[in-house]
Write a protein that binds this ligand. Structure first.
Ligand code: ZN
Length: 147
Protein backbone atom coordinates (compact mmCIF):
# COMPACT_ATOMS: atom_id res chain seq x y z
CA UNK A 1 0.00 0.00 0.00
CA UNK A 2 1.51 3.27 -1.09
CA UNK A 3 -1.16 5.68 0.15
CA UNK A 4 1.33 7.68 2.16
CA UNK A 5 3.74 7.91 -0.79
CA UNK A 6 0.80 9.07 -2.94
CA UNK A 7 0.23 12.00 -0.58
CA UNK A 8 3.94 12.82 -0.68
CA UNK A 9 3.96 12.73 -4.49
CA UNK A 10 1.17 15.33 -4.39
CA UNK A 11 3.15 17.41 -1.87
CA UNK A 12 6.00 17.41 -4.40
CA UNK A 13 3.54 18.82 -6.95
CA UNK A 14 3.06 15.78 -9.18
CA UNK A 15 -0.42 14.65 -10.13
CA UNK A 16 -1.10 11.31 -8.44
CA UNK A 17 -4.08 9.01 -8.39
CA UNK A 18 -4.36 6.32 -5.74
CA UNK A 19 -5.68 2.91 -6.72
CA UNK A 20 -6.47 0.49 -3.92
CA UNK A 21 -4.88 -2.93 -3.75
CA UNK A 22 -8.28 -4.57 -4.10
CA UNK A 23 -8.55 -3.60 -7.76
CA UNK A 24 -7.76 -6.11 -10.47
CA UNK A 25 -4.16 -5.89 -11.76
CA UNK A 26 -5.35 -6.05 -15.35
CA UNK A 27 -7.64 -3.04 -14.81
CA UNK A 28 -4.88 -1.09 -13.07
CA UNK A 29 -2.41 -1.88 -15.88
CA UNK A 30 -4.92 -0.85 -18.57
CA UNK A 31 -5.77 2.34 -16.72
CA UNK A 32 -2.08 3.27 -16.34
CA UNK A 33 -1.35 2.67 -20.03
CA UNK A 34 -4.45 4.40 -21.39
CA UNK A 35 -4.12 7.44 -19.12
CA UNK A 36 -0.41 8.00 -19.79
CA UNK A 37 0.16 8.01 -16.02
CA UNK A 38 3.24 6.34 -14.59
CA UNK A 39 2.45 3.40 -12.37
CA UNK A 40 4.18 3.50 -8.98
CA UNK A 41 3.86 0.18 -7.22
CA UNK A 42 5.50 -2.30 -4.84
CA UNK A 43 4.03 -5.19 -6.85
CA UNK A 44 6.79 -6.79 -8.98
CA UNK A 45 4.37 -8.61 -11.31
CA UNK A 46 2.18 -5.56 -11.83
CA UNK A 47 5.21 -3.39 -12.50
CA UNK A 48 6.40 -5.86 -15.14
CA UNK A 49 3.02 -5.62 -16.94
CA UNK A 50 3.19 -1.85 -17.35
CA UNK A 51 5.79 -0.31 -19.65
CA UNK A 52 6.02 2.99 -17.80
CA UNK A 53 6.21 2.03 -14.16
CA UNK A 54 8.35 2.62 -11.12
CA UNK A 55 8.85 -0.34 -8.82
CA UNK A 56 9.27 0.74 -5.19
CA UNK A 57 11.32 -1.58 -2.97
CA UNK A 58 11.35 0.16 0.39
CA UNK A 59 8.73 -0.46 3.07
CA UNK A 60 9.44 2.86 4.79
CA UNK A 61 8.15 6.21 3.58
CA UNK A 62 11.60 7.87 3.58
CA UNK A 63 13.04 5.10 1.43
CA UNK A 64 10.00 5.15 -0.87
CA UNK A 65 10.26 8.90 -1.29
CA UNK A 66 13.97 8.60 -2.03
CA UNK A 67 13.30 5.98 -4.72
CA UNK A 68 10.59 8.20 -6.23
CA UNK A 69 12.74 11.35 -6.18
CA UNK A 70 15.66 9.54 -7.82
CA UNK A 71 13.50 9.18 -10.92
CA UNK A 72 11.32 12.29 -10.63
CA UNK A 73 13.12 15.41 -9.51
CA UNK A 74 10.79 17.83 -7.80
CA UNK A 75 10.55 21.41 -9.04
CA UNK A 76 10.50 24.01 -6.24
CA UNK A 77 7.74 26.10 -7.80
CA UNK A 78 5.39 23.09 -8.00
CA UNK A 79 5.83 21.85 -4.43
CA UNK A 80 2.85 22.40 -2.12
CA UNK A 81 0.55 23.33 -5.02
CA UNK A 82 -1.74 20.27 -4.83
CA UNK A 83 -4.25 19.07 -2.27
CA UNK A 84 -2.84 15.96 -0.58
CA UNK A 85 -6.35 14.55 -0.17
CA UNK A 86 -7.89 14.95 -3.64
CA UNK A 87 -5.01 15.98 -5.97
CA UNK A 88 -6.68 19.29 -6.99
CA UNK A 89 -4.62 22.41 -7.59
CA UNK A 90 -4.62 24.74 -4.59
CA UNK A 91 -5.24 28.46 -4.86
CA UNK A 92 -3.92 31.20 -2.61
CA UNK A 93 -6.65 32.99 -0.70
CA UNK A 94 -6.81 35.69 1.93
CA UNK A 95 -7.38 34.50 5.50
CA UNK A 96 -9.81 37.42 5.95
CA UNK A 97 -12.41 35.62 3.80
CA UNK A 98 -15.09 34.64 6.37
CA UNK A 99 -16.31 31.79 4.16
CA UNK A 100 -13.10 29.85 4.89
CA UNK A 101 -13.98 29.09 8.54
CA UNK A 102 -10.34 29.07 9.62
CA UNK A 103 -9.26 28.76 13.26
CA UNK A 104 -8.68 32.25 14.75
CA UNK A 105 -5.03 31.35 15.45
CA UNK A 106 -4.45 30.83 11.71
CA UNK A 107 -6.21 34.11 10.82
CA UNK A 108 -3.99 35.93 13.33
CA UNK A 109 -0.79 34.33 12.12
CA UNK A 110 -1.18 34.25 8.32
CA UNK A 111 -2.47 36.72 5.74
CA UNK A 112 -2.93 34.02 3.10
CA UNK A 113 -3.36 30.23 2.95
CA UNK A 114 -3.48 27.70 0.14
CA UNK A 115 -7.04 26.48 -0.36
CA UNK A 116 -8.60 23.39 -1.94
CA UNK A 117 -11.99 24.22 -3.43
CA UNK A 118 -13.01 20.59 -3.69
CA UNK A 119 -12.28 19.55 -0.06
CA UNK A 120 -12.59 22.99 1.58
CA UNK A 121 -9.23 22.31 3.16
CA UNK A 122 -6.68 24.98 4.01
CA UNK A 123 -2.90 24.56 3.98
CA UNK A 124 -0.56 27.00 5.67
CA UNK A 125 3.16 27.25 6.23
CA UNK A 126 3.25 26.03 9.84
CA UNK A 127 5.61 23.62 11.58
CA UNK A 128 4.29 20.64 9.62
CA UNK A 129 5.12 22.47 6.38
CA UNK A 130 8.66 23.20 7.65
CA UNK A 131 9.15 19.52 8.59
CA UNK A 132 8.05 18.41 5.12
CA UNK A 133 10.38 20.89 3.43
CA UNK A 134 13.24 19.66 5.64
CA UNK A 135 12.55 16.03 4.73
CA UNK A 136 12.54 16.84 0.99
CA UNK A 137 15.80 18.81 1.30
CA UNK A 138 17.47 16.00 3.27
CA UNK A 139 16.54 13.45 0.60
CA UNK A 140 17.77 15.73 -2.20
CA UNK A 141 21.05 16.32 -0.34
CA UNK A 142 21.60 12.61 0.31
CA UNK A 143 20.94 11.94 -3.38
CA UNK A 144 23.73 14.36 -4.30
CA UNK A 145 26.01 12.65 -1.78
CA UNK A 146 25.20 9.13 -3.08
CA UNK A 147 24.12 9.42 -6.74
ZN1 ZN B 1 -8.74 18.62 -1.99
Amino acid sequence: MLGRLCRWIRILGFSAEYVSGGDDDRIIAEKAESSGLILVTRDVLLSARVKDSLLIHSLEIDGQLTEFMKRFHPVDSLMFTRCTVCNSHLRRVSTTDPALKLPPMIRDRFREVEWCNRCSKAYWEGTHYEQMKRKISMILESEHANP
